[in-house]
Design a protein around this ligand. Structure first.
Ligand code: AHR
Length: 665
């Protein structure tokens, strides 16, 4: 009996202690209120998008799946990327010829002389961009433009691995083309995977053969489109379910000087008629030279629009406004010569949307897309600034709005989110009632944490904000030591809670840059890293994905002591309702190095489901992803049992949580 009392006493003491501890935990717990009936504004379908630029081998050598580098011999060194062999050596037997007057876009081609002496011992080999990523079992499409006056020249096409073994081969025989250029094609299967294969062509026959546009594409492109895009890279974009895709940049729009600006009309139609130019990132950074970086425009505006449609993203083209990059040449077109630039913008709207009886609508249809691409917005210039920008912007505004009053125009606020340049542009553009103002921030993680409230006091009416380029820099901007780690990603997550909370002001946001090739990059950090065969999303990618795939359609109030969570105790948060799914979506970042307890009270709801879906990212700040561990930092899915409208939720150190709760009638 005594024993039972003792046992009971111990049990009560334990219960008491437990209650005490529980009370303490509850006391320490941050009391957070989510009030579903307090609406803070709608979230636009465009809210989270992607920024694409041909930087870091993003297009050529990246998403554009062409494997042959310098296929048309138009690089400033005409044989860059090619190794030629002739045995015995034949002076003048291999020439780069130039038909300047006949073909301005693509004047050069390769002429090869074959005779009995060198038969079978003449070859050309292409290195690819950083080698060619070849996959066992995949079919490859080889093609070449030929002009010749003899018959029976045999082209032996071989894929060669690092050990100089043949891992795939095909043959084409070319005959007299009677003075015209003809395309020859063949397809063959690779029997081995190799990340750095080469393409060799060796010849048999007699006489001269002229060749241009020597091309090799895998057949397993995105949507199996011939001459298309690298499927693994596009899949990573599609998985983000982006609301928009901004293209083609970035500084690439401006060009080093105006002659090197991006001109969309030169990027559509047959690829052999698209004139390549040097990529402005080729020599931008002396410490990261990329001498073989050109823009072939095989990936042009038609392909960008098609891509946008494929991944369900609204297209957002950015056009040159008569200003070259102000970090480079600062070249400006004079105001009396601005018309062609404005006309390019008007024609682009017609190209994207015009019916097929219009000049450019007809061009679009002839390329294979009779239906509209539903273009609703466009950027006027990239990172341009100063009174010269405003002067030109006003001309664009006037011309485009008078023809298309509902078309949205996105304007630059320069390179930085503060300072004199920003002030001038932001004030003047707001006074103009500009539709959207593009803000860029490449800043340290601290800046992102400290600016989670940046938009809390922005005007709710008038111009909207496009957070068009941002990325936390673990080192300093354009440092080669920048890393994509959990520190950069969690600070962006904290900042993005502020973007979502202010979705009535910020209508669009995109991380930049998007892609980087591990052997060919110029700029870090980047959202997605690739080599010739593989790709992975960084921690920053998974933060973007958390927001874009758990977006909701309207923001609701979420407060601690009646204030939005913008860094109190290192907590950052936002809540939204997905009206279609009837779901409450709570996002919380704990940027502290300690565990924190919260008690979440849901106000303005009737009933909620017992089980919530939870996605958690929690890592050490230096953790990163890699080809070997692509999801080292990525959300883990779990569930949370909730009994009623008040529940406890524990936030682990340095963590980001998305909690999805079904609202019941
Ligand atoms: O994203 C890289 C570059 O950063 C963009 O081209 C430019 O707009 C910005 O300066």
């Amino acid at each position: 009996m005594k024993n039972s009392f003792l046992k009971m006493g111990a049990l009560l003491t334990a219960l008491f202690l437990n209650n005490m501890l529980h009370a303490q935990a509850v006391n320490e717990s941050k009391k957070i209120v989510v009030n579903v009936s307090k609406n803070l504004g709608n979230i636009e379908p465009t809210m989270w998008g992607v920024f694409f630029e041909d930087i870091n081998l993003g297009a050529d050598g990246g998403i554009y799946a062409e494997l042959v580098k310098n296929r048309s011999f138009e690089f400033y060194k005409p044989l860059m990327g090619w190794t030629v062999q002739q045995q015995p050596a034949n002076e003048g037997g291999m020439l780069v010829l130039n038909r300047q007057g006949d073909n301005l876009a693509n004047p050069r081609y390769l002429s090869v002389q074959l005779d009995h002496a060198n038969n079978g011992n003449v070859s050309i080999t292409n290195d690819g961009f950083r080698g060619m990523g070849i996959k066992e079992g995949v079919l490859y499409d080889f093609s070449v433009m030929i002009k010749q006056e003899v018959n029976n020249i045999k082209l032996n096409i071989e894929l060669i691995n690092a050990k100089n073994e043949i891992i795939g081969q095909g043959v084409v025989v070319s005959n007299n083309t009677n003075g015209t250029w003809k395309k020859l094609k063949t397809s063959f299967k690779a029997n081995q995977t190799d990340p750095r294969a080469k393409l060799k062509i060796w010849f048999e026959g007699n006489g001269e053969i002229n060749m241009d546009m020597i091309s090799l594409f895998p057949q397993d492109t995105w949507k199996q489109r011939p001459g298309g895009m690298r499927a693994d890279m596009i899949q990573l974009l599609a998985d983000l379910k982006p609301g928009f895709i901004r293209f083609p940049g970035g500084c690439i729009v401006e060009g080093f000087d105006l002659s090197l600006r991006y001109q969309w009309k030169k990027t559509i139609g047959p690829i052999e008629e698209r004139q390549l130019i040097i990529n402005r990132w080729n020599s931008e950074f002396a410490h990261k030279p990329t001498p073989d970086y050109f823009q072939t425009f095989g990936l042009g505006f038609y392909e960008y629009f098609q891509l946008a449609e494929d991944i369900g993203a609204a297209p957002l083209p950015i056009l040159n406004c008569g200003m070259a990059c102000q970090f480079n040449s600062s070249e400006l077109v004079t105001m009396d010569k601005l018309d062609p630039y404005v006309q390019d913008a008007l024609d682009l709207i017609e190209f994207a949307n015009g019916d097929t009886t219009t000049t450019y609508g007809k061009v679009r249809a002839s390329l294979g897309h009779a239906a509209s691409f539903h273009l609703t917005m466009m950027g006027v210039g990239n990172e341009n600034w100063g009174p010269q920008y405003l002067e030109r912007a006003k001309i664009f505004e006037q011309a485009i709005k008078s023809k298309y009053p509902n078309f949205k125009l996105v304007y630059s606020s320069g390179t930085d989110p503060s300072g004199d340049r920003f002030q001038l542009l932001n004030t003047t553009l707001r006074a103009m009632n500009a539709d959207v103002i593009d803000e860029h921030y490449y800043r340290k993680p601290d800046w992102f944490l400290n600016n989670a409230n940046r938009y809390d006091n922005y005007p709710r009416t008038g111009s909207k904000v496009f957070a068009g380029e941002y990325a936390a820099q673990s080192d300093f901007t354009v440092s080669v030591n920048n890393k994509n780690n959990w520190l950069t990603a969690i600070s962006e997550a904290a900042f993005m809670t502020g973007l979502e909370r202010n979705a009535s002001v910020v209508n669009m946001a995109s991380y930049a840059p998007l892609f980087a090739h591990t052997d060919g990059w110029q700029w870090t950090p980047d959202l997605i890293w690739v080599d010739n065969l593989r790709s992975y999303g960084t921690p920053d990618y998974y933060v973007q994905k958390m927001f874009s795939t758990n977006k909701g359609s309207r923001v609701v109030s979420m407060t601690l002591d009646e204030k939005a969570l913008v860094g109190q105790d290192s907590l950052y948060a936002t809540a939204s309702i997905d009206t279609m799914a009837n779901e409450l979506i709570i996002k919380v970042v704990n940027a502290a190095n300690k565990k924190q307890n919260t008690t979440l009270s849901l106000v303005g709801v009737n009933k909620v489901s017992n089980v919530a879906k939870v996605l958690v990212m929690q890592n050490d700040l230096s953790d990163m992803n890699s080809f070997e561990k692509p999801e080292n930092v990525a959300p883990k899915e779990t569930t949370l049992n909730i009994r009623g409208k008040i529940f406890n939720y524990e936030l682990s150190p340095y963590s980001f949580h998305t909690i999805k709760i079904k609202l019941l009638k």
